[in-house]
Design a protein around this ligand. Structure first.
Ligand SMILES: [Zn+2]
Length: 492
């Protein structure tokens, strides 16, 4: 441990010399203390200054590449130059590079979270897991209509700060409350300002009539103004549900006819954009198949009630399925069980997601642990599930789901450097044995030492290097207070 501390200090010095710790620039600083109008949040600025991408070598760590052709290196080394992984193995050339001592740490790809409603991150004081009328759906429907673009910015930034703290380096931002062009820009600004990788899935609006088509002009405008940008953010759409009303109040998110759905999906496909849709409640898979709508650009969410016939259709159409175990495990078994074993057995591309953080925290380790427990509880050895497979689900499989496995998801030379270091010398992790066992059975977000996205060190020694923690918290609290007043909370 002493060695790694010394190394981190020297790294901090080195990074400071490179100007890596500049603060958020421009008009954002005008918001300090909560006074003054918020800055315009647009594609052209103001733009936060992120740490520079340098050249560094990580040494001494247990390296889990998640690339089947490379395997693991115990210990191993990897080199990153200007955001790209250039070498990995037992030993790599460190000439001209900073050295990060990874002794006592697991080095692995960052987690890929494939479905997360970041716009709801402000709602923690309002949502109750154990009081029906204060549940996630009624609260988000009631408060969502009051959100300003600045509320959206602060909510998404708070969620992404939590994502980075939990080792998530890619997030699929499921934004189904895009109330105006300014709201869309604000969410994208929050993604850009945190330096995370992700997809912005442009969605409908809370309270939108079911007979109204999605705003494809708005989606096209985002594509024009924001893509490809720096290459970290991609674009898609969130679809409303189809058919009969779903369980759990999902009807609040819109339930449209297959004809309306087709119109929305064709609009997305005309722009070359992928589609994501919840499937809580009665499964829509056969209706989508009969309408000829299923393809590899479709991600479904909440695999709870699929039949063998539907799974063979999903496999044939190369549809992806994201499971969010923290929330799904709280649903009554009568509306389905998490079918991870069935999906894997059928060869369907599955991935892992947080869904929201109003009454769960972002914890990919906990999510893997819960999936393993539920799998053992229900299926056990009938469908073998290894710890390594779960780590793959949370990393490489997420990148496959989002169509960006050529860029991230594994530590492979040529891919972008999205890397985390997890301490095995913390009390809950030591003495360390099998690294996959440790990650799934023991680890917690607090064990994450370093988080690197696209070659930028965004967290080190468990702290943000650029994002202002106190400001993120303060501005989220202010926005929450404002929403409380606007919505007249608590409701009568
Ligand atoms: Zn969801």
């Amino acid at each position: 441990m002493a060695g790694s501390r010394i190394s981190r200090r020297s790294m901090l010095k080195g990074a400071a010399a490179l100007g890596a710790f500049a603060t958020v620039a421009g008009a954002a600083s005008a918001q300090q203390g909560g006074t003054g109008a918020p800055p315009a949040r647009t594609a052209t600025g103001p733009i936060a200054t992120l740490p520079v991408r340098g050249s560094f070598v990580i040494r001494g760590a247990t390296v889990l590449t998640m690339d089947p052709s490379l395997g693991d290196f115990v210990p191993g080394e990897m080199r990153v130059n200007d955001g790209v992984i250039v070498a990995i193995g037992r030993a790599v050339d460190a000439t001209g590079a900073q050295v990060i001592d990874g002794t006592g740490m697991i080095c692995m790809p960052g987690f890929v979270d494939t479905h997360w409603h970041l716009w709801t991150s402000l709602f923690r004081p309002f949502v109750r897991a154990d009081v029906g009328e204060r549940g996630y759906f009624p609260v988000t429907a009631r408060l969502g209509v009051h959100m300003t673009p600045e509320d959206s910015y602060r909510s998404v930034r708070l969620g992404l700060a939590e994502a980075l703290s939990a080792g998530v380096t890619t997030v699929h931002n499921w934004a189904h409350n895009v109330r105006s062009p300014e709201h869309a820009d604000a969410e994208l600004c929050a993604m850009r300002d945190t330096g995370i990788r992700g997809r912005f899935a442009y969605g409908p609006v809370q309270g939108m009539p079911d007979d109204e088509p999605m705003n494809m002009d708005g989606v096209a405008r985002i594509k024009r103004d924001w893509m490809p940008g720096a290459g970290l953010i991609t674009l898609g759409i969130c679809s409303r549900n189809v058919g009969a009303l779903n369980v759990g109040g999902s009807g609040a998110r819109g339930v449209v006819t297959i004809d309306m759905l087709r119109r929305d999906w064709e609009g997305a496909r005309a722009l070359g954009l992928p589609i994501t849709m919840h499937t809580s409640g009665a499964s829509p898979v056969m209706a989508l198949e009969q309408a000829g709508l299923l393809a590899s650009d479709v991600q479904l969410v909440h695999p709870l009630l699929t039949t063998p016939e539907e799974r063979s259709v999903l496999k044939m159409r190369d549809v992806r399925y994201s499971t969010s175990p923290a929330g799904e495990a709280r649903r009554p078994a009568s509306v389905g069980v998490i079918q991870l074993g069935e999906l894997l057995e059928a060869g369907i591309k599955a991935s892992l997601s947080t869904d929201h953080t109003t009454n769960n925290s972002c914890d990919p380790f906990g999510a893997m642990r819960l999936l393993f427990s539920l799998h053992q509880h229900r299926l056990g050895p009938k469908v073998p599930l290894t710890m390594r497979r779960l780590v793959q689900l949370a990393t490489l499989d997420g990148a496959v789901d989002l169509g960006i496995a050529g860029r991230t998801g594994s530590l492979t030379p040529g891919k972008r450097a999205d890397i985390i270091l997890v301490r095995t010398t913390d009390i809950n992790m030591t003495p360390s044995g099998d690294p996959y066992e440790a990650l799934v059975s023991l680890a917690e977000p607090v064990n994450i030492d370093t988080v690197i996205v696209d070659g930028r060190i965004l967290r080190q020694a468990g702290k943000f290097t650029a994002l202002d923690h106190a400001k993120v918290v303060r501005e989220a609290q202010e926005a929450t207070s404002g929403l409380r007043a606007k919505a007249g909370w608590p409701p009568a």
